[in-house]
Write a protein that binds this ligand. Structure first.
Ligand SMILES: Nc1ncnc2c1ncn2[C@@H]1O[C@H](COP(=O)(O)OP(=O)(O)OP(=O)(O)O)[C@@H](O)[C@H]1O
Ligand SMILES: [Mg+2]
Length: 303
């Protein structure tokens, strides 16, 4: 499918796929595609950073290739690995058959048959439906040397395997990087990208997300859940709930056949929204009741 031709079209395309994008996010996504620049998304946990890469791939009909970053991830592992077990079997088989010619083995053992392609290499390969979406998720978890390596790979759209040579993408992949900002990502990498801070949605946007993701929820329940989560985010919590938690909570409440919140219901299901015992302990009981009445006062009487 063609990339959306305008910011509005981008917003609508994402919307049809169930992703509620603010205008600034739709703008930066549109520009990233138009200019062929990587999209760098930073923000709190559970605010839809990973999901936008998935949605872009789905709406454009492209393959999604995900590189999940972690501490100690090294450049090579992100590109390729040799299939050690298969190499051993090939050696044994050749030995048993009496044709373990060293040079021949060496050549074959480090050839395409024994190569395991990891995300960065996969992303450089030609894809039937056009350049894939390469999601480099949680780059802040990887170490700085990896970042430097990535910068190079992304600038040249190519990776090198010593035994095989350099593999260059026929067309650059669509790159989405995400970070939870557990550390600052280097300026040099950011400079290559279009940057956007993904904030918590406002009440209206979060209602829209709930309507898209949990359409079974009634209007009153959706309003109260959204209002309550929004109110919780204003509290001094160890870990504020993301959109993922709002969705989870609504699903939990639906499974309990709830049509509205009550202080008891909140206390019983708070684990879907808050994931730290200190936060839960603070919000249980009278505090939940107080926040709920505040939320209800703001929402107005039930229709
Ligand atoms: N704007 C949105 N529109 C639709 N769904 C959304 C939106 N934002 C978040 N979600 C939903 O919330 C969930 C969490 O989103 P996602 O995993 O993308 O968050 P994240 O920012 O990558 O979080 P983390 O930092 O924890 O990885 C997903 O199930 C997604 O469907
Ligand atoms: Mg994520």
């Amino acid at each position: 499918m063609q990339a959306p031709g305008s910011i509005d079209a981008m917003q609508q395309t994402l919307g049809r796929a169930g992703y509620v994008a603010s205008r600034p996010l739709a703008t930066v996504a549109f520009l990233a595609l138009r200019l062929g620049r990587p999209l760098f998304l930073e923000g709190e946990a559970g605010t839809g950073k990973t999901e936008i890469a998935r949605t872009l791939a789905a709406t454009l009909g492209r393959d999604l290739i995900r590189l999940q970053c972690y501490e100690g991830l090294d450049a090579t592992t992100a590109v390729y690995e040799w299939n050690f077990a298969a190499q051993m079997i090939a050696i044994r088989t050749a030995e048993a058959a009496g044709n373990a010619d060293a040079e021949l083995l060496n050549r074959d053992l480090f050839g395409p048959d024994f190569l395991i392609e990891r995300p960065l290499l996969q992303a450089m390969r030609p894809h039937e439906n056009g350049p894939p979406v390469l999601l480099i998720d949680e780059i802040d978890r990887a170490d700085e040397p990896f970042e430097a390596f990535l910068l190079e790979a992304l600038s040249d759209h190519q990776v090198t395997i010593p035994e095989l040579g350099t593999i260059r993408a026929p067309e650059p992949p669509i790159v989405v990087l995400t970070s939870n900002r557990t550390r600052e990502v280097h300026d040099a990498l950011k400079r290559r990208c279009l940057y956007h801070w993904v904030d918590y949605p406002d009440f209206a946007a979060e209602m829209e997300i709930l309507a898209a993701r949990v359409p079974e929820a009634g209007a009153r329940l959706a309003q109260e859940v959204t209002g309550f989560v929004q109110r919780l985010r204003a509290e001094d919590l160890f870990k504020r709930p993301g959109v993922a938690e709002t969705i989870d909570w609504a699903k939990c409440l639906l499974a309990l056949d709830a049509v509205a919140l009550s202080p008891e219901l909140i206390s019983d299901t708070l684990g879907a929204v808050l994931k730290y015992q200190d936060d839960i302990a603070r919000m249980e009981g009278s505090e939940a009741a107080r926040l709920l009445s505040e939320v209800r006062a703001r929402l107005g009487p039930a229709a």
